[in-house]
Design a protein around this ligand. Structure first.
Ligand SMILES: Cc1cc2nc3c(=O)[nH]c(=O)nc-3n(C[C@H](O)[C@H](O)[C@H](O)COP(=O)(O)OP(=O)(O)OC[C@H]3O[C@@H](n4cnc5c(N)ncnc54)[C@H](O)[C@@H]3O)c2cc1C
Length: 380
């Protein structure tokens, strides 16, 4: 059987957006995703979707009405406080950047793509150049595929497609999030709901932070931001399975001088998960175009989380799909070159923004963060 015209590696928000846009344009593609099935347990919290980027891609894919069924316009509010709980700033009311749970966004996109266009249980292990210099794809399940006119790496931070284009690998930022959950059944739920309410509360002080964010089901996720070594949560010092010990460590070694309302979030933290924050460097964004291959989303321009990642990823898909449609399926190389010329500056900008955001979020002084946030608000 002939290979599909386009192979999309990865069925995250970026890969699925590209799939949906190609579907709308009648261009042949298949998505190869490492998850075993549509119902595989997905992680990840809430994402704000911006008008000119993520929303634009959803509109072009004919999915905006579906999106609005899940979009939470009342969760755009953002509050900043210090470690004593002193509120310094509140903004974001009425902002056109509604929140949606990652799982809901994924489901909207999956429902808009024929089921036979996604090959589940296909974890790419390597992409190498074949005799004709075009990519040969090796999957963990033993499948080997080639003959695509275009391979698109949408396989996120640790892309297995990327090495064909650049030797760049993600660099640890020195900063990690420890995620935890306050569900409806949690004894602290009512207190958290009445204190945090809608949207996001961010508390910054002494080079650390705590983020509390309401999710689509009304539960809360907390992210404890720490400046720790890359292997801190893996080297045996901290065993996240031992929830009590992890809570003790946070209380004594990191948040001892924070107010009781924050310590309560630690005392009731469940479902712990570490998110070391990685970034590519801007020097990595200078790859030469490789025939038959390109990258989109985090695979192309992974940055420290800065509130834009998913939006830019979906924009990449929108721009690439448009270029493919413009040049036709016989001239992918031109489409890819033009897409990449447009994408590189955006990639560099988001990597730089990630670094700035990291300095703001992990600031020693909450007043410095406040000044920066106020200047951004004034510039909008
Ligand atoms: C803690 C945290 C909070 C964040 N918060 C926000 C936020 O509020 N707003 C925002 O815009 N962005 C946020 N981001 C960033 C955002 O999650 C990413 O930028 C976005 O998910 C990128 O989409 P993607 O599809 O390129 O990659 P991913 O979402 O990583 O998707 C990649 C897909 O490829 C699959 N895959 C991976 N490897 C392989 C393989 N070898 N073979 C086959 N399939 C593979 C994965 O299973 C996945 O489905 C956050 C990131 C983190 C870590």
């Amino acid at each position: 059987m002939a290979a599909p015209t386009i192979a999309i590696i990865g069925g995250g928000p970026c890969g699925l957006t590209l799939a949906r846009l190609l579907e709308c344009k009648g261009i042949d593609y298949v998505v190869y995703e490492r998850d075993e099935s549509e119902n595989s347990n997905r992680v990840g919290g809430s994402l704000d979707i911006h008008p000119e980027t993520g929303q634009h891609a959803l509109r072009e894919g004919g999915l905006f009405d579906e999106f609005k069924k899940y979009a939470r316009y009342d969760d755009t509010v953002f509050a900043l406080a210090d470690k004593l709980g002193e509120r310094l700033l509140q903004l974001g009311q009425g902002r056109d950047a509604p929140e949606i749970d990652r799982s809901d966004l994924r489901q909207i996109l999956l429902d808009a793509i024929p089921k036979d266009k996604i090959k589940w249980g296909h974890a790419l292990t390597s992409a190498t150049a074949g005799e004709d210099n075009r990519p040969v794809l090796q999957f963990a399940n033993g499948v080997v595929l080639s003959g695509f006119k275009l391979v698109v790496g949408a396989d996120g931070a640790w892309s297995k497609v990327r090495p064909m284009i650049t030797q760049a690998t993600p660099q640890y930022s020195g900063k990690s999030f420890l995620e935890s959950k306050i569900g409806h059944e949690n004894p602290l739920y009512e207190t958290t709901a009445s204190k945090a309410g809608a949207g996001i509360s961010l508390s910054i002080d002494s080079g650390k932070l705590i983020v509390t964010q309401r999710q689509g089901d009304g539960s809360y996720r907390n992210y404890f931001g720490l400046q720790v070594p890359e292997d801190f949560f893996r080297n045996g010092t901290v065993d996240l399975q031992d929830v009590e010990a992890t809570r003790r460590l946070l209380l004594t070694d990191f948040y001892a001088d924070w107010s009781e309302e924050y310590k309560d979030l630690i005392r009731h933290a469940t479902d712990l998960r570490a998110w070391p924050l990685y970034t590519l460097s801007t020097e990595d964004m200078d790859w030469k175009s490789v025939p038959g291959l390109t990258l989109v989303g985090d695979a192309a321009h992974l940055s420290i989380t800065n509130g834009e990642g998913v939006n830019l990823a979906m924009t990449d898909s929108l721009k690439l799909a448009s270029k493919i449609a413009e040049h036709g399926t016989e001239n992918f190389d031109q489409a890819v070159q033009e897409y990449e010329a447009d994408m590189f500056p955006r990639g560099i900008a988001t990597i730089n923004k990630g670094k700035v955001m990291a300095n703001v979020m992990f600031s020693e002084d909450p007043q410095a963060s406040l000044q920066l946030m106020n200047s951004w608000e004034a510039a909008e």
